[in-house]
Design a protein around this ligand. Structure first.
Ligand code: HPA
Length: 278
């Protein structure tokens, strides 16, 4: 007899998958997580169907203003995609396993490729607000791992390799498409902190010493969960502001969103160009 406790995380994930499958049999090839201010991308694709997070029992619903919570299923140049319009963050009070549930769910829907996007603060002094940064690697040690707890053997191994979280293959394509479409692209290391407070200047100096180029409150945990289950991952940050201590103005969420919205059109062009090439 198998007396292992029933894994509540896997149970919840399966229940969410069942709820989605009652509404659509859409099988996405690529999943895209849209960060703060970038959600309007979903208005520009050929939409097949959408499911509000609230319609999925047990699904974590974002409480952040400006984060609309729904999955949008559709096509970009004939490629079946699922977009997450709005994500949940650890600072909202969810368990890390809930924070990464949506990404795992998209993996279980069939998506083998994942594009993560976010708004981030520039830590590299050469960066400017409005820049895009292709994520080459991340530092997630400031937040708990989403893999803590009983391993979900059905998804991946207990000790997954993280030596190439962000796919070399996808990065080549993104660089090529950025060049082709004339969108300047930086590249660097993303550091995840918990938030919700923005960092202090001393924390940002630490980030720089660690080798970080941009800082934010999402993404790395999602990338870890996706890699655990074998998805191919890439990530793009929109640098919405210089991080604390690198600019004289105090940080505020409204400015972050406004700057992200300003990048939205270019961002849309880049993602639209990249998806059929992936
Ligand atoms: N810090 C953390 N998260 C962020 C920032 C920042 O400066 N900008 C946008 N998201």
């Amino acid at each position: 007899m198998n007396d292992r406790p029933v894994n509540v995380v896997m149970q919840k994930l399966n229940a969410c998958l069942q709820a989605v499958r009652q509404k659509t049999d859409f099988v996405p090839e690529t999943a895209v997580v849209l960060g703060s201010g970038l959600g309007d991308f979903a208005e520009h694709i050929e939409v097949s169907t959408a499911i509000s997070y609230a319609e999925i029992p047990g699904f974590p619903v974002s409480t952040v203003a400006g984060h609309r919570g729904r999955f949008v299923f559709g096509f970009i140049h004939q490629v079946p995609v699922v977009l997450m319009q709005g994500r949940v963050h650890y600072y909202e009070g969810y368990q890390m396993t809930d924070v990464v549930l949506p990404v795992r769910l998209m993996g279980l829907m069939g998506a083998r490729k994942l594009i993560l996007t976010n708004a981030a603060g520039g830590v590299n002094p050469d960066f400017h607000p409005g820049d895009f940064m292709l994520i080459s690697d991340h530092i997630s040690t400031a937040v708990p791992s989403p893999l803590i707890g009983q391993n979900l053997d059905a998804l991946g191994p207990r000790f997954p390799d993280m030596s190439t979280v962000y796919s070399q293959r996808m990065r080549v394509i993104i660089r090529q498409e950025a060049e082709r479409t004339g969108i300047p692209l930086r590249e660097g290391v993303y550091v995840q902190f918990t938030g919700p407070a923005y960092e202090t200047p001393a924390e940002i100096r630490m980030c720089r010493m660690w080798g970080g180029d941009a800082v934010g409150m999402s993404t790395a945990c999602e990338a870890v969960a996706a890699r655990h289950m074998g998805m191919e991952v890439c990530g793009i940050s929109c640098i919405t502001n210089m991080a604390a201590g690198l600019s004289v103005t105090p940080l505020n969420h409204k400015e972050v969103e406004e700057n992200a919205s300003r990048c939205a059109a270019q961002f849309r062009d880049l993602i639209t160009a990249v998806i059929p090439q992936l």
